[in-house]
Design a protein around this ligand. Structure first.
Ligand code: NAP
Length: 498
């Protein structure tokens, strides 16, 4: 797939620091390749700790001014950005599909989804209300105001290169913060294009800084932000291991943290469920982005009475998915992000089959005639999976559905909760008592009942346990970027009679 976009200015090959497009301090470059073909798309700077420092200097300078602006101006900036993002939806989608691999239709949806957060926080900016607390005597008044936390470091993963960035930058700006941002090594181009549009929308120099780096330099670059006391908040989406590292290393400067980490979502089908609806819901939840989403079901539990029927219907749907590069336009399943991702899927599958799991459909790499060097894997269903298998304990992050049978409600709730993770969970049932009981008993930040889709800008997105803390989107999302300040106004005298 060659890059065919109407607005060539969106293909940026430099990082944005202090309103200037720059090379890395030492000039080193990083190759960005198409996961469907292995072809080189572009080169971007492989930024250094020195660049990270320059970005914080710029952000702090911008913050010193921006923090004094009014909410209406911040809302207007975000609305202009939202307008530009949607006006460039097709180009952004093409750029994203090229570097990330997901089908074009999914990229278009992601751009609209990410933009919905920008629009939402443009509106929320104006609702960062404070409080007046009833005083305990007449000679004082108590007020609460909300203020921006300061410079925010946003670190994002490759699986949703546009939406994860928008979900962080939009609330930060709505709150009055400045941002230093590091996108994933595999998908820097979408982030740079988003920054270009924010600049066009009128963001002042230094308000948004985007630094691209290789995996090798990600740690040293982020270490600068972790150690710098001027960075008051880290908003991270990625693996639990890196999230814990950030939490540990930012303790020295006690930064605020939002950690959107890994998941291991259960998907439960009770015997009273509408089986066709459950299969349809699972297809939506599981196969978006070829199974490379943090909230996609990683463990499917089906009650014994409907177990084989469910597997039969599921296998039929999974077997008919079309696989191919985004360029084809018809593919439902694109390539995995890189060779390591395919190897991980293979290892999980091998481990399960060696321990007695049953392969129902799929199970091997997919050789795509249009893209012989692509990292494709055939959509797969494995039955009779047990808790001891790797695919039950770790995120497989690929198009594989492991299915396990269960007998009772109590048993499946215990199985669902037997994981250190707690991001998303799904279940299908038509029993109203069961619905409430199970929804409340499941240990997860988000639960979908009789639905395969969870994510929306108007609801709080986030996890518990090893899936992290903090919420993105919704009326709760802005709080992550604001400090609460209590102001006590004392020594007041009453002058009016009565
Ligand atoms: P990752 O390895 O943790 O990478 C995420 C980001 O952190 C990337 O930008 C990465 O840069 C950077 N990074 C790596 N090492 C770092 C370090 N020492 N210090 C600071 N930053 C560092 O995760 P991933 O494998 O790319 O992404 C998949 C994971 O993200 C999965 O576990 C998935 O569940 C999770 N995820 C969670 C959510 C959610 O909302 N909860 C959403 C999407 C994804 P490089 O790319 O350069 O290594």
């Amino acid at each position: 797939m060659t890059l065919n976009i109407d607005n060539p200015a969106l293909l940026c090959s430099q990082s944005l620091i202090n309103g200037e497009w720059r090379h890395a301090a030492d000039g080193r470059r990083l190759a960005v390749t198409n996961p469907a073909s292995g072809e080189l798309i572009a080169e971007v700077p492989d930024c250094t700790p020195q660049d990270a420092q320059a970005a914080v200097d710029a952000a702090q300078k911008a913050f010193a001014v921006f923090r004094h602006g009014v909410a209406k101006e911040r809302a207007a900036l975000l609305k202009r950005w939202h307008g530009l993002v949607m006006a460039n939806q097709e180009d952004l989608a093409r750029l994203m599909s090229l570097e990330q691999g997901k089908p074009l239709a999914e990229s278009r949806t992601e751009v609209a989804y990410g933009a919905s957060y920008i629009e939402w926080f443009a509106e929320e900016a104006k609702r960062a209300d404070g409080d007046i607390i009833p005083q305990q005597s007449q000679n004082h008044r108590l007020l609460v105001i909300r203020q921006p936390v300061g410079v925010v470091a946003a670190i994002t993963p490759w699986n949703f290169p546009m939406a994860m960035l928008a979900r962080k930058i939009a609330p930060a700006i709505a709150a009055g913060c400045a941002v230093v941002c590091k996108p994933a090594e595999d998908t820097p181009l979408t982030a740079l294009a988003m920054a270009k549009l924010l600049q066009q929308a009128g963001a002042p120099a230094g308000l948004i800084n985007v630094l691209t780096t290789s995996r090798e330099r990600a740690g040293p670059l982020a270490d600068v932000w972790l150690a710098d006391a001027r960075v008051r908040k880290i908003s991270f989406t990625g693996s639990t291991a890196v999230g814990k590292h950030l939490a540990r290393e930012s303790a020295g400067t006690l930064k605020r943290l939002s950690l959107e980490l890994g998941g291991n979502a259960p998907f439960i089908v009770f015997d009273d469920a509408d089986i066709d609806a459950a299969v349809a819901g699972l297809m939506v939840a599981k196969f978006r982005n070829a199974g490379q989403t943090c909230i996609c079901p990683n463990r499917v539990y089906v009650q014994q009475a409907v177990y084989e029927r469910f597997i039969g219907k599921l296998a039929e749907k999974v077997g008919s998915l079309t696989i191919g590069p985004a360029a084809g336009g018809r593919a439902e399943i694109g390539p995995l992000i890189n060779a390591r991702a395919v190897e991980k899927v293979e290892q999980h599958l091998k481990d399960a089959l060696e321990q007695g799991a049953r392969l129902v459909v799929g199970g091997q790499r997919h050789a795509c005639p249009d893209a012989p060097n692509g990292h494709f894997f055939t959509p797969t269903v494995v039955a009779d999976v047990t808790a001891a298998m790797r695919m039950s304990c770790e995120e497989t992050f690929g198009p594989v559905v492991p299915v396990t049978s269960f007998a009772t409600e109590a048993e499946v709730v215990e199985m669902a909760n037997a994981t250190p993770f707690g991001l998303a969970a799904y279940f299908y049932s038509r029993d109203i008592d069961r619905i409430w009981e199970v929804a409340e008993a499941i240990e997860a930040g988000m639960v979908a009942v009789n639905d395969g889709a969870l994510s929306t800008e108007i609801a709080p997105f986030g996890g518990i346990k090893d899936s992290g803390y903090g919420r993105e989107g919704s009326r709760y999302g802005l709080d992550e970027y604001m400090n609460i300040k209590y102001i006590r106004h004392g020594s007041l005298a009453r002058r009016l009679p009565g």
